[in-house]
Design a protein around this ligand. Structure first.
Ligand code: GLC
Length: 429
């Protein structure tokens, strides 16, 4: 049993970005991008009042969408803590929320049977010992001013603060399945200010601590410590090829994606993906042997807005009928190349091949390399038979079925599901 076995089986999780940035509602980086000083940002701390917070609703929506785990921002770059940390006052219990919001979230998702992951930001724009660097909101102050401020800041104290907080998170909330550290930027520099990486965080100590407190925990790869993470984490793009381990096998990986481009709640963001795009993202991740963690950014009042709920509902409707084509599936063996307009997922245990038909063709779809191998085929959503043939036929002098391929005979009208899937049962080999 590998640490990541349950994770690879699950394939689909929910990311939650929730913090004070839900109030300005214009991206979770607003403090940095608008150069808001910590004292000015405090206005959101004083007004954070999630009176409509009911994490059971979030958890039920995630479960229905077919998600099997959640990763929630315990602390994001702004430095605000959703839990009752003993080493800071900058926490949910001291806002009008007056309670440990993380506990409510963890309990609710666990009650729905989802695994629990915590996101912990290595950056901290609020902590007084975190030195001003290329991402910090104060980076554009006059150089002498920055030097004067940085001289008083002590990253050793900040490193201890991080270890204390990670200890709280990994001892106070039961079994934690994933710890998602974010992120390192050692190569960056701005106005002479260096970026930060493994030495600034003491990444090795964080990894040792996490592994000691929660031996089965899955760690991400953003600590700038090669070899220390369990998963690769491509962000906001779709890898064409999966990352590989030295032995050539697919490295465990999880693509993190947004519904609309922002991670935190963004009121005016208009680039929401369509239902089909959202489902296709899931398919494309699994078709390359990876997981998808799709993000929602709850509002400051604590609910998921209609746009986010509608997307989760689109997943729910599709997953209710197509779960078999996702759960426990991976990239198809190389001898089955994907036809144009379709993606394959493959269940190695049941030896079933899933043909996700992204572009619905006219009547025929040729599956290269499958001649002689197919025992039966059906549309997955309704279990209706799909006829196929595998003779290299000619119609009016044109090749209808290419050599070596199997031709599926599809209904002319696309079935009424976002991405129809044909389940192909292979003959015993
Ligand atoms: C990032 C961003 C961010 C987001 C995240 C999720 O690197 O800083 O705001 O939390 O990645 O992957």
């Amino acid at each position: 049993m590998k640490r990541t076995d349950w994770f690879a089986e699950a394939r689909f999780g929910l990311f939650i970005h929730w913090g004070l940035y839900a109030l300005p509602a214009r991206h979770e980086w607003v403090m940095s991008s608008e150069r808001i000083a910590p004292e000015a940002y405090r206005t959101y701390f004083e007004r954070f009042d999630p009176d409509l917070f009911d994490p059971r609703e979030w958890a039920r929506a995630a479960k229905a969408a077919g998600m099997r785990y959640v990763v929630v921002t315990a602390k994001h770059h702004e430095g605000f803590c959703l839990w009752d940390s003993k080493v800071t006052d900058y926490k949910a219990t001291n806002t009008p929320a007056k309670r440990d919001l993380l506990r409510g979230i963890v309990d609710a998702f666990r009650a729905e049977g989802l695994r629990i992951g915590l996101y912990y930001s290595l950056l901290d724009w609020h902590h007084p010992d975190f030195t001003i660097d290329p991402h910090h909101p104060l980076r554009d102050l006059p150089t002498e001013e920055i030097e004067r401020l940085n001289a008083k800041r002590d990253m050793r104290r900040y490193r201890k603060y991080m270890r204390d907080q990670v200890r709280e998170l990994l001892t106070g909330y039961g079994k934690i399945d994933i710890l998602w550290f974010d992120f390192s930027y050692p190569e960056l520099s701005y106005r002479g200010l260096p970026g930060k990486g493994r030495d600034d965080w003491d990444s090795a100590a964080l990894v040792r601590l996490a592994r000691r407190l929660q031996p089965d925990i899955i760690l991400d790869n953003r600590l700038d410590l090669p070899g220390a993470g369990d998963i690769e984490t491509p962000e906001q793009f779709q890898p064409d090829e999966p990352p590989r381990l030295p032995d050539g096998s697919i490295a465990p990986w999880e693509g993190c994606q947004t519904l609309s481009g922002s991670w935190g709640y963004h009121r005016d963001e208009a680039t929401w993906k369509s239902d089909k795009q959202c489902i296709e993202l899931l398919v494309r991740h699994v078709a390359r042997g990876g997981n998808l963690i799709m993000n929602v950014g709850p509002t400051s009042r604590g609910y998921l807005d209609g746009r986010a709920l509608a997307k989760l509902d689109a997943y729910a409707r599709w997953m209710a009928l197509h779960e078999r084509a996702i759960r426990g599936c991976t990239m198809a063996p190389p001898e089955f190349p994907e036809p144009n307009g379709a993606r394959y997922t493959w269940n190695p245990a049941t030896r079933r091949l899933y043909v996700h038909i992204v572009d619905w063709p006219f009547q025929h779809l040729h599956l290269p390399g499958l001649s002689g191998k197919v025992a039966y085929a059906q549309l997955l959503h309704d279990g209706s038979e799909i006829a196929f043939d595998e003779r290299a036929t000619q119609v009016c002098g044109h090749g209808a079925t290419p050599k070596g391929a199997v031709t599926l005979h599809l209904p002319v009208r696309k079935p009424d599901v976002e991405i129809p899937v044909v389940e192909v049962f292979l003959k015993e080999s």
